[in-house]
Design a protein around this ligand. Structure first.
Ligand SMILES: CC(C)(COP(=O)(O)OP(=O)(O)OC[C@H]1O[C@@H](n2cnc3c(N)ncnc32)[C@H](O)[C@@H]1OP(=O)(O)O)[C@@H](O)C(=O)NCCC(=O)NCCS
Length: 245
């Protein structure tokens, strides 16, 4: 499942309250950041608790997070190794996916600066570039962002982050759900990942990568979270608990 929130809906007072709902490890992490980045980090951690809580029917307050050796945030307890999440943020959107297998998520603001031809050539696979060339001009930017988000979701799913050569990770968007072309780094057995490419708002693209054996059976449940759905600290045990049911 994927939870989405609009960070601009969170007032400074609300953010301070949210910060207080986090555990000490989360708070140590979020306090490294300032301004908009801090908002993204706090809202992201809260969404992670809510998404995991809803998906696994556990209290949102019960989750403890750490990082794996590649730097990917992971669940330490409960359900270590069985509960997975991934956070992404961009201007105007914070998102978190929760799943029972490794997952990667990326959201992009597709209304921001255009992706130049030089950048597209550097990060897109030859078949992706050729496919884009066949589209009418107004659709090309959106397509470039969709492809970029899929690559990011995949590298975040496998946890290798910046170490991935983007142009070697090619996607086919021709029919149905996106398909990862053979030969991408980290695939292991072919077709072990399923992908979704969605447009949650007019100016955002969202990509999800799920290591489900390639089954793709699960539909993606997407829900928007408004600030009032997140508990204030004075009630957090009671209300975090209440949200899990
Ligand atoms: C860490 C990284 C994955 C974040 O990507 P980003 O697009 O800048 O940011 P996003 O908003 O999508 O994701 C940020 C979140 O990813 C999570 N994250 C951090 N490191 C991660 C990793 N190694 N793997 C997966 N997720 C990671 C964190 O939860 C972070 O949010 P938080 O710090 O608020 O908790 C980035 O440093 C990176 O390596 N990006 C890949 C760049 C690249 O090579 N792209 C080419 C596509 S192949």
């Amino acid at each position: 499942m994927v939870l989405l929130a609009r960070p601009e809906e969170f007032s400074p007072a609300m953010l301070a309250e949210l910060d207080a709902t986090l555990d000490s490890e989360d708070r140590t992490y979020t306090q490294r950041f300032l301004g908009q980045r801090r908002t993204q980090a706090v809202v992201g951690r809260c969404l992670a608790r809510l998404a995991l809580g809803k998906y696994f029917s556990c209290s949102p307050g019960s989750w403890r997070f750490g990082v794996d050796p590649m730097g990917k945030p992971v669940v330490v307890s409960p359900l270590r190794g069985a509960a997975h999440f991934n956070i992404s943020h961009t201007t105007g959107l914070v998102a978190c996916a929760a799943a029972s297998s490794p997952v990667g998520l990326d959201v992009e603001d597709s209304s921001r600066e255009l992706i130049s031809e030089a950048v597209a050539t550097a990060v897109l696979a030859p078949a992706e570039l050729a496919g884009m060339g066949r589209l009418p001009q107004p659709s090309r930017q959106r397509q470039a962002y969709r492809l970029w988000a899929l690559k990011e979701a995949y590298v975040k799913g496998i946890g290798i982050g910046l170490r991935a050569p983007a142009a070697e990770i090619g996607f086919d968007l021709q029919k149905g759900r996106p398909r990862l072309n053979p030969g991408a780094p980290g695939t292991g057995e072919p077709n072990t990942w399923s992908f979704w490419s969605l447009e949650p708002t007019r100016s955002h693209v969202l990509a999800l990568a799920l290591k489900d054996g390639g089954a793709g059976h699960e539909g993606v449940r997407i829900e928007w979270v408004c600030p009032s759905a997140i508990p204030a600290p004075a009630h957090r045990h009671e209300r975090w608990g209440g949200l899990s049911t």
